[in-house]
Design a protein around this ligand. Sequence first.
Ligand SMILES: Nc1ncnc2c1ncn2[C@@H]1O[C@H](COP(=O)(O)OP(=O)(O)OP(=O)(O)O)[C@@H](O)[C@H]1O
Ligand SMILES: [Mg+2]
Length: 375
Amino acid sequence: MVTKENVLEALQPVLEPTLKRGLTALGLIRDMMIREASVSLTVVLHPDSMGQAAGVEQDVVNALSGLIEGKPHIRIRAMTEREQAEAQGGQGEAGSASAGSQAKAQEAPVRGHGAGLERHTILHPESGVEFIAIASGKGGVGKSTVTVNLAVALARQGKRVGLIDSDIYGFSVPDMMGIEERPVQVGDKIKPIERFGVKVISMGFFVEDNSPIVWRGPMLGKMLRNFFAEIDWGELDYLLLDLPPGTGDVALDVHQMIPQSKEIIVTTPHATAAFVAARAGAMAIKTNHEIIGVVENMSYFESKATGEREYVFGRGGGGKLAETLGTDLLAQFPLGAPDNHPAEPDFSPSVYKADSEIGREYLALAQTIIERCGK
Ligand SMILES: Nc1ncnc2c1ncn2[C@@H]1O[C@H](COP(=O)(O)OP(=O)(O)OP(=O)(O)O)[C@@H](O)[C@H]1O
Ligand SMILES: [Mg+2]
């Protein structure tokens, strides 16, 4: 079976054209997925190299031709300014790690890993990480869908994003993002799984055979604390938390654990859903969490044939909730499953493509969040 290490090793000779160093040594191979015999990955290039993207793609294909059958699925994107600074600043660092294999160099991402970062400080208000908890009054309104897609959209805008699936009984994020691999321990920390540029941790990673969790009370809080302390998040701009539905123990725990967290409340347009969601909002206010705004999901169904909108679950719930909470309605997402196909190499059941209608709406929401958070 082909492993990530095999792929990284095979890619060692492929150079970043502008920086003239190996893609793997620079940590520029991201989001690698191996599903049966097919490999998909993202190559991040210096903006000056984008003109040579086709050549790099061919180099990658050639390098992998001895390893895998068929063509790898390769996405290429340009570095953000920050990634550029980090890649250039990190060159010496990666180079000095010559004793380790190149695969190891990839393990230790260029960005700041070696800088003696105290990872548990992620909860420290000065860590600079913007925490956003996504809450709802009741289940099934699309909280996890919104969290996952907002995280991916923020990453698509070049932000460094982490996602904690803190619904530790009803975890769903791994399935929704199509994650099949499990995190590995590196040193005394666990590395989150990177998918679509988002670093993900979920209770689902630590459970065998999808068996239900039977812990109670203090164990829950302990697990959550571990998600902050034992995970090697590296440097992040945003850490999104998918909260369990309602206003129960775990939700309260999270509220208290991260006083600096901001919140987004998700509701459907139905009046009672919005009423129930107001309780989640009240909880946020009580614990002094700033509410960034309300997201209304499943707002309407738009007929492909006529373009006509039907308000299947009623109308106005999101706006009313925003008014009640003294905040804004940030987005209204229509009904519609992502147009993904299981045969695609980077299949994920719940992630909307960047160039789809809803995908673009998520990019707009990400932009709003970036403006409001000033990061
Ligand atoms: N806009 C949408 N259009 C169509 N289906 C949607 C939409 N948003 C969510 N769904 C679907 O509705 C179901 C519930 O969504 P999701 O799991 O995101 O909700 P949740 O609030 O996180 O639920 P839970 O309370 O169980 O955690 C899922 O099957 C999801 O795929
Ligand atoms: Mg959920």
